[in-house]
Design a protein around this ligand. Structure first.
Ligand SMILES: *Cc1c(COP(=O)(O)O)cnc(C)c1O
Length: 391
């Protein structure tokens, strides 16, 4: 048994106690507990003063006039599409989380998937332009926290006169050319679920400049009830609880520090793995800031020596948790098997075979990210033997 052998070939696991994909942590649990005891004493457990405080805090942070807290990003997206009456074709990438498309379907629309930019991995504006004729809306995802090409997408949306909705689930703390993600398009919807950089346990936030849209979401999260129980439309219960808002307030307060550290860790990982053939990363513009919600590697099998799926198995033996974000892409998932596809998606179909997301958490130590990098290097060095073992 050699310390230099990958665990799958009999070496010692890189993380004997396991490395989870993410580790949601709050720096300041005393503040949360104090807020929660206040909530419990107040008798108002949902959609009350703590939620209002969160909405005002985030609106100020993002410099967006309206922020409406909801129970999840998925519910927020559903309510946005409902309010926009986006019951036709919605042009969006397939290389994103399934909820981006599910929300369209729940609101009565039809996803129309288009391809991504091969380097940025966000939706390719040229492909959106080709599909825009007759569409009801456009949706883009700030993938892994890297902002979409918002200027070009806005031009296309304006020219076609259709709304532009951002799935900003990964984007709380991201910047596009110095501006906070949250203020672009018709609406941007954040997630506060536990795998995100800023979290509330569960929860979502809809940010918009449009007061009428904000009003509709406010009604829609509460059954469509304007207050007199004479509902104006069939809404959801998509309220955020006060307990989740208490957690979110503390988590968002430290998001900039977490994003800074994540960028530092990613830079360190990239330096440590710079010499490894066939390993590349999503391109993020120098003028932009990504939250790095995920650290996703792109592996060219012919040069790295292993597929992303093989690497996932080998990293499992190292007790390193991984995900294939996003494989299968949405158009390849069972839920969408019967959806007629308008066009081939060659970039999505290639990239989804090449991606693997490795652990990254905001309080990760330098030594921990180095250990992940070392494991990626070891697998490359021993690729041929690993492949033999796996086949
Ligand atoms: C997490 C995620 C969602 C769903 O967020 P919820 O708050 O869990 O509903 C939607 N889109 C993307 C891209 C996500 O990563």
């Amino acid at each position: 048994m050699s310390a230099n052998l990958p665990a799958i070939l009999g070496g010692v696991a890189a993380f004997p106690d396991g490395a989870p994909l993410c580790r949601p942590r709050i720096d300041d649990d005393a503040a949360i507990l104090e807020r929660i005891s206040k909530v419990l004493r107040s008798g108002q457990l949902t959609n009350s003063t703590t939620v209002r405080e969160l909405e005002a805090y985030v609106a100020d942070r993002l410099q967006v006039p309206h922020v409406v807290a909801v129970s999840s990003c998925t519910a927020g997206l559903m309510l946005v599409y409902q309010a926009l009456s986006a019951t036709g074709r919605v042009v969006l990438p397939s290389f994103t989380f399934a909820a981006s498309a599910h929300a369209v379907v729940w609101a009565g629309g039809t996803p129309d998937f288009v391809d991504i930019d091969p380097l940025r991995l966000t939706v390719d504006p040229d492909r959106v332009a080709e599909a825009i004729d007759g569409a009801a809306a456009i949706s883009a995802t700030h993938l892994y926290g890297a902002p979409a090409e918002v200027e070009r997408l806005q031009d296309i949306a304006d020219a076609a006169g259709v709304p532009l909705v951002y799935d900003a689930a990964h984007g709380l703390g991201s910047h596009r050319r110095g501006r906070s993600v949250g203020g672009f398009g018709t609406a941007e919807v954040f997630s506060l679920s536990p795998t995100k950089v800023a979290f509330g346990g569960e929860g979502g936030l809809v940010a918009t400049h449009d007061p009428e849209l904000a009003h509709q979401i406010t009604l829609g999260r509460d059954y469509g009830n304007p207050g007199d129980y004479n509902c104006s439309f069939p809404g959801l219960n998509a309220r955020m609880s006060e307990l989740h808002a208490a957690v979110a307030l503390s988590s968002i307060a430290s998001v900039d520090e977490h994003v800074r550290r994540r960028n530092e860790l990613v830079a360190q990982f990239r330096t440590a793995t710079a010499g490894i053939a066939g390993l590349t990363f999503q391109q993020v513009d120098d003028a932009d800031l990504s939250t790095y919600k995920d650290l996703t590697l792109i592996l060219d099998e012919s040069r790295y020596g292993l597929t992303a799926a093989e690497v996932a198995t080998a990293l499992g033996a190292e007790r390193i948790d991984t995900r294939r974000y996003y494989s299968p892409p949405i158009h390849r998932q069972k839920a969408y098997a019967s959806l007629p596809q308008s066009r081939p998606l060659p970039i999505t179909d290639r990239i989804c075979e090449q991606v693997i997301t490795v652990p990254l958490w905001s309080q990760m130590a330098d030594a921990e990210i180095s250990r992940v990098a070392d494991a990626i290097e070891r697998l490359h060095v021993h690729a041929a033997e690993i492949r033999k073992q796996l086949r």
